[in-house]
Design a binder for this molecule. Structure first.
Ligand SMILES: Cc1cc2nc3c(=O)[nH]c(=O)nc-3n(C[C@H](O)[C@H](O)[C@H](O)COP(=O)(O)OP(=O)(O)OC[C@H]3O[C@@H](n4cnc5c(N)ncnc54)[C@H](O)[C@@H]3O)c2cc1C
Ligand SMILES: *[C@@H]1O[C@H](CO)[C@@H](O)[C@H](O)[C@H]1NC(C)=O
Ligand SMILES: *[C@@H]1O[C@H](CO)[C@@H](O)[C@H](O)[C@H]1NC(C)=O
Ligand SMILES: *[C@@H]1O[C@H](CO)[C@@H](O)[C@H](O)[C@H]1NC(C)=O
Ligand SMILES: *[C@@H]1O[C@H](CO)[C@@H](O)[C@H](O)[C@H]1NC(C)=O
Ligand SMILES: *[C@@H]1O[C@H](CO)[C@@H](O)[C@H](O)[C@H]1NC(C)=O
Length: 397
């Protein structure tokens, strides 16, 4: 065991207090960007059954459990502060039961928790298929994406990853598999659709797939004023995928859009933001915080103008607002999609108009949806072993 002082000085890998020791589990950004502070062990799961048996032993030892995908979550909110076992899903990555009959408009495929978008895109492309518009643009797991309500940027098409999910197998708080099928009148589904991992480990996901097709990508540069005063909805809504990138230092925006279903290995196009000979921000060792805001598109001009005003105030104090690919400002849009905790849900009791879609920001949560989520949470995980700090803040425990 490394002495405490040295461990803290070296990195955040190992913290010791008396006889108990706790690992820190970091996000993809590594030491200094913790996801969980109190990890008793990390288990590299090998199969769904293996994950079930670890959950069952965690119940015996009264430990909490969280799944871990690729660690691309933002920061510091994956676990609660109590001792937690991390189950790494990266090696639980089977893809099977592919079905897309000749001439059929769609079919389905099953993926295990740890399968990434890249892995599935290649698998499907080799078989003349794609996941259509719900492909997100990163090296992240399906389990992690569905848990956190990940999405592409689109108003025209369903863009939540969960919108392409037909069914899920979830390992519940007893270590047993519960099957949940898409059904908008079933609270189990509406909770599982964006669960933040609070119902259990999403072990297998059945996804809707489509015949493969090609995509084009286009990027335009605008002066800031043209966007702040412009028809933002009209610049986004016509396309399968579209977003805005704001470069506040240069006072420019990029509008980028794609159409036709996007197929797998166009990563270069899809991850976006980099030109030849440029490196990603993390290759320079740069770190920054991410701020997410979500508000109705009908308020877009007003909110962006307010942000510009705040940047200008900072400038007067000598602080220059700039952005890079990873630190933001990537402005995304979401078609409304109904579930309890998703960013793109609607019919909220605040009476706000979400029908034209969401421009991404913080979660908008409705007390009635929270209560219905909590009831499902208590059924799936009565002892709260999948707790995390977000669930605690939302008063799920
Ligand atoms: C640079 C960058 C760009 C991003 N771009 C987008 C984007 O365009 N669109 C978007 O929607 N999001 C985006 N995100 C956010 C990202 O999609 C989510 O954080 C996603 O959850 C990451 O998946 P992961 O596999 O890395 O999961 P992790 O970071 O490992 O886990 C995320 C959370 O999900 C839980 N979890 C993981 N696997 C499971 C499982 N199998 N069952 C239950 N719970 C599980 C974890 O406990 C944790 O709480 C971006 C993040 C970064 C850092
Ligand atoms: C789990 O696998 C990762 C990647 O292969 C490895 O770095 C890590 O040491 C393994 N952890 C354990 C506890 O075996
Ligand atoms: C970890 O959680 C346990 C309770 O589960 C607590 O006793 C311990 O102090 C915590 N350790 C750290 C480093 O937070
Ligand atoms: C995805 O991430 C893993 C590390 O988690 C890395 O080894 C791999 O090269 C990445 N794949 C792609 C296609 O970027
Ligand atoms: C959907 O869920 C509702 C409420 O639980 C149930 O009554 C109905 O039978 C379900 N529909 C299907 C097709 O399973
Ligand atoms: C949203 O509210 C409208 C009007 O109350 C209702 O007709 C509709 O069914 C609701 N949609 C959902 C998904 O709850």
């Amino acid at each position: 065991m490394i002495p405490t002082g040295l461990a803290v000085g070296l990195s955040s890998l190992l913290l010791c207090s008396g006889t108990a020791s706790a690992l820190v589990w970091n996000t993809f950004d590594g030491p200094g960007s913790p996801a969980c502070h109190n990890v008793s062990r990390v288990h590299n799961a090998t199969s769904v059954e293996d994950m079930q048996s670890v959950v069952k032993s965690a119940i015996q030892s009264k430990s909490l459990v969280r799944a871990a995908g690729k660690g691309h979550m933002w920061y510091d909110t994956q676990c609660s502060d109590d001792s937690t076992i991390i189950i790494r899903t990266a090696n639980v990555a089977g893809i099977y039961d592919f079905s897309l009959p000749e001439g059929a408009p769609h079919g389905s495929v099953l993926v295990d928790a740890g399968v990434t978008f890249f892995q599935l895109a290649e698998y499907l492309h080799d078989r003349g298929a794609s996941v259509g518009y719900t492909l997100t643009n990163w090296n992240i797991s399906f389990g992690g994406s569905v848990a956190m309500g990940a999405h592409r940027s689109s108003i025209r098409e369903d863009s939540m990853v969960a919108a392409g999910v037909l069914a899920m197998d979830i390992i519940d708080g007893k270590g047993e598999i519960r099957k949940v099928k898409r059904n908008e009148s079933d609270d189990d589904w509406l909770a599982a659709s964006t669960s933040l991992g609070l119902l259990g480990i999403i072990a297998r996901i059945k996804l809707k797939i489509y015949p493969d097709s090609k995509v084009y990508a286009k990027q335009n540069t605008f002066d800031e004023k043209e966007i702040l005063e412009g028809d933002i909805y009209g610049m986004i809504a016509p396309y399968a995928t579209a977003n805005l990138w704001w470069w506040p230092y240069k006072r420019k925006f990029h509008q980028r859009y794609y159409d036709w279903p996007v197929y797998g290995w166009n990563y270069d196009v899809l991850i976006g933001g980099l030109y030849p000979d440029q490196k990603a921000q993390w290759d320079y060792g740069l770190r920054a915080y991410t701020l997410e805001l979500a508000f109705p598109v009908t308020m877009a001009n007003a909110v962006l103008k307010r942000a510009r005003g705040l940047f200008d105030e900072e400038l007067k104090r000598g602080i220059i607002m700039t952005s890079t690919y990873r630190s933001g400002i990537n402005i995304k849009f979401g078609r409304h999609y109904f579930d309890f905790l998703g960013q793109q849900t609607y019919n909220t009791s605040d009476g706000v108009d979400w029908s034209k879609g969401t421009i991404m920001s913080k979660k908008h949560l409705d007390p009635n949806y929270l209560a219905r989520f909590k009831a499902v949470r208590q059924k799936f995980d009565p002892n709260g072993i999948y707790r995390n700090v977000i669930g605690e803040i939302l008063e799920m425990y």
